[in-house]
Ligand binder design. Sequence first.
Ligand code: ATP
Ligand code: MG
Length: 421
Amino acid sequence: MIPVHSRKRQYNDGSPNQHVKRQRVESFHSDEVSPSFESPPLNQPRRPPSQRVVSGTSCGTTSDMGHYSSLSAHKLDHVPKSPETPNDLQLYANDKVSAQMVELFEACRQQLSDLYRKETFRAQLQKDIQSLYPDARLYLTGSTMSGLGCRSSDADLCLVLRLRKTYDKAINVLSALLKLLRTLAYVDRVLLIRATVPILRFKEKGSNLEFDLNVNNTVGIRNTFLLKSYTHADIRIRPLMLVIKKWARHCEINDASKGTLSSYTLALMALNYLQIVRPPVLPSLQRDHPSCFHPSLDLDMIPNGSQSVPSYKSKNKSSLGDLFLGFLKYYASTFRWDSEIISVREATTLPKNAFPSWKSKFISVEEPFEKHNVARAVYEKDKFDTIKEKFAESYKILNEKKDLNSLLPLGTIIHKEQTGC
Ligand code: ATP
Ligand code: MG
């Protein structure tokens, strides 16, 4: 069982709206996946457009959500292409480590076929759940949708439904779903995990594809869109994040259920480094485009795809390898764990002493919407020390050897991703 200091948490303002929602896929180039959230019309009247402009980019109108595109193959031909191409990435890969990072990224990133499989499963499951909860809607979140997914990534699902009196707790809904899912032929090994954010964990029958389903933890839908927007702001983010995740997993510091860092925490740590490095690789998207990321934005108003958020033109031209080395060095020697809070929302660090409740935390990483500590799983001193040691040790090795293989068994990782074993 996952301890209470788990990677997900209870969310309590789930307010499903009248519009049924689906998700669609954009493709950068032939096999690349960058899914986006989108509201379909689905025989429901659209609400009148109500342009919300706080400042910066205007987002979150039903009218600017774009047309609905299903996941059927023929539709993908008409999907807008992103300027990103492998050639663009080569601009940042002129040294050995960077070239190895591109190779790892190309071999491990989630493929369009992986996304189709998850989406097909989601759509079928939503239908089955609607036999119990007619207004329920199921959203794919996490790395599947943010652009940070690997071939082996699990699929995170958020079930959004109006909680009635008799079903007033997520845990009760999950208990009812547990029974339902155990009757479904395409679902296997269903477990109820009573964590801070309780989830159902299950697999697709006959495969290793794993799903984590929560109820009304809708902050995950908002922050998945935020991460996705950051991955679109600069072409280097996805390969860098993928390598960071593989590195952390290899070092055994990427598992919140074992007291180390969740992938989401690592992603925020990496983004914050990229905001702080000079010149910055990334801005604060929440500060520059508040209307796109307003925490109370209706779920169906969350913008359709990254084109709503303009890409950021950074003056920082560092290679992928230099950014990875810089990330390791920053957390090995510059960042002050005892006195700083990582804030992607502010694109800086905040002083811990201004926030008394954060003082006792080993690692402080602010959730960009709800502002809680996403690194609360790290509550044991020895785990915290191991994390810091891994940063210091890895920086030293990579700086000396200038070869990613000195940190990660690239061949083994690539083989594992491609064969699934
Ligand atoms: P992986 O590919 O390893 O599964 P991931 O990007 O899906 O990585 P997870 O740590 O599994 O990352 O988290 C999945 C999603 O759950 C995140 O993208 C985020 O939306 C949400 N999430 C996770 N932890 C928190 C948290 N503490 N607070 C709010 N949302 C969270
Ligand atoms: Mg995940």
